[in-house]
Design a protein around this ligand. Structure first.
Ligand code: FAD
Ligand code: MTG
Length: 402
């Protein structure tokens, strides 16, 4: 008869967890699913399980504002995000699943002389790393985004523009990686919370879960805002804070903007989805918390900033608001690393900007888990950097300033 795949081409199996795996990936978000996919595809591992406490893509992966770009400042970051960008450019073909990656460009606005200098420095640094980027004058900004008000409270003095950047359909990314990983033999186990990490003689040997103990020689944790909670199960303290990050969408409108506009100064950014909704993002709520929501005043100030920049939207109705839990590190950079516990690996700290890194993150983390050593692209993002002091401060390029 028809297999599950033939009957429901989008679906993946939902097997009962086996008692032993070679690798267990904790967290069924985009990064975890990508890690499992590349472990199977690039490294030929067979006996892999993704353990997800809820449902595939229920965390930040399906709650974000879908912006994809690689125009970070430092060599280490821009090369990692650019690896991801190159994977995005072939991802629908690789997964045989349309992730709707739309390279409509991303504009980062400059509102004062320091912004102008920092932005132009970043564009030059990008070019040295072979990453596309250009400086737009205010007139060029207005030509690309006619609805923008250049003379608002924080006047627009120009912008960086990365034309290869854009947006993608976030849940399709999770579904695409889940289906492709499943077809390579990865067991995707939903409704299976990890509740403990078992160690013997300084080595990991398995995980306690809501569906029983599972033995594994390697445990790869990709749990975003809950990373510290899981690290605590292994006696590890991570230098992370988990903050709410909110977003909202408007009622559908006729096409009015076909690129992404971001402003660090006013902690607001906006794009228009294919359905016509305005997709609006904010800065983080300053308190730490695991509730997937945030405080109203933050949404209020974000919309004030959006209406300042786009007066034409002042009468548009907002349809939905939500929040995720972003794991923020001191230098606004990820931790993709081995740990002091043999066989235990963490990929976290992506803060407000890890969706764009989903393919690259999974690719380098799979390499790290398979080889028990980092790839050169993620070697700088070790947990040890917080002891050596070799931080890679990307607060400037992390868009909505964590
Ligand atoms: C509102 C918002 C807007 C954003 N906008 C952007 C953007 O435009 N561009 C961008 O690049 N980034 C953006 N981000 C950040 C981006 O969403 C995240 O960095 C990225 O999605 C993290 O991916 P992930 O797979 O690690 O996390 P998640 O998708 O959160 O996956 C982690 C998974 O781990 C699971 N888990 C947790 N604990 C356990 C446990 N004990 N056992 C089993 N499973 C567990 C969770 O249920 C979850 O499904 C945004 C985030 C938010 C919240
Ligand atoms: C949430 S901000 C998105 C980004 O970093 O481009």
């Amino acid at each position: 008869g028809l297999s599950n795949h033939d009957r429901w081409p989008r679906a993946w199996r939902s097997p009962e967890p086996r008692r032993v795996y070679d690798v267990v990936v904790v967290g069924g978000g985009g990064h975890g699913l990508a890690t499992a996919y590349y472990l199977a595809k690039e490294h030929g591992l067979k006996n892999i399980a993704v353990l997800e406490k809820g449902w595939v893509g229920g965390g930040n992966t399906a709650r974000n504002t879908t912006i994809v770009r690689s125009n970070y400042l430092w060599d280490e970051s821009s090369q990692l995000y650019e690896k991801s960008m190159q994977l995005w450019e072939g991802l629908s073909q690789a997964l045989n699943y349309n992730v709707m990656f739309s390279q409509r460009g991303v504009m980062n606005l400059a509102h004062n002389l320091q912004d102008v200098r920092d932005t132009q420095r970043r564009i030059t640094a990008n070019r040295y790393n072979g990453i596309d980027g250009e400086w737009l004058t205010p007139a060029q900004v207005k030509e690309i985004v006619p609805a923008i008000n250049l003379d608002c409270r924080y006047p627009v003095l120009g912008a960086s523009f990365q034309r290869r950047a854009g947006v993608a359909r976030h849940d399709a990314v999770a579904w695409g990686y889940a289906r492709a990983a499943d077809r390579l033999g990865v067991d995707i186990i939903e409704n299976c919370p990890v509740t403990g990490i078992r160690r013997e003689n300084g080595e990991v040997c398995g995980v306690e879960t809501g569906r029983g103990y599972i033995q594994a020689a390697k445990v790869a944790v990709v749990a975003a805002g809950h990373s510290s909670v899981i690290a605590d199960m292994a006696g590890i303290r991570l230098p992370l804070e988990s903050h709410p990050l909110q977003a909202l969408v408007s009622e559908p409108l006729k096409p009015v903007m076909d690129t992404v506009v971001m402003s660090n100064a006013v902690h607001a950014y906006i794009s228009q989805s294919d359905k016509g909704d305005l997709v609006i993002g904010a800065g983080i709520d300053q308190y730490v918390g695991y509730g997937q929501r945030g405080s109203f005043h933050l949404i209020e100030s974000t919309l004030q900033a959006i209406v300042e920049m786009f007066p034409v939207f002042s009468r548009v109705r907002m349809n939905r608001q939500w929040g995720g839990i972003v794991d923020v590190s001191p230098d606004a950079c990820p931790i993709i690393s081995t740990t002091p516990v043999k066989g235990l690996y963490f990929n976290c700290g992506w803060g407000t900007g890890g969706f764009k890194a989903t393919p690259g993150s999974g690719w380098v983390f799979a390499y790290t888990v398979a080889n028990n050593a980092p790839h050169r692209l993620n070697a700088p993002f070790s947990l040890a950097r917080f002891q050596t002091g070799h931080l890679i401060d990307e607060h400037g390029a992390a868009a909505v300033a964590h």
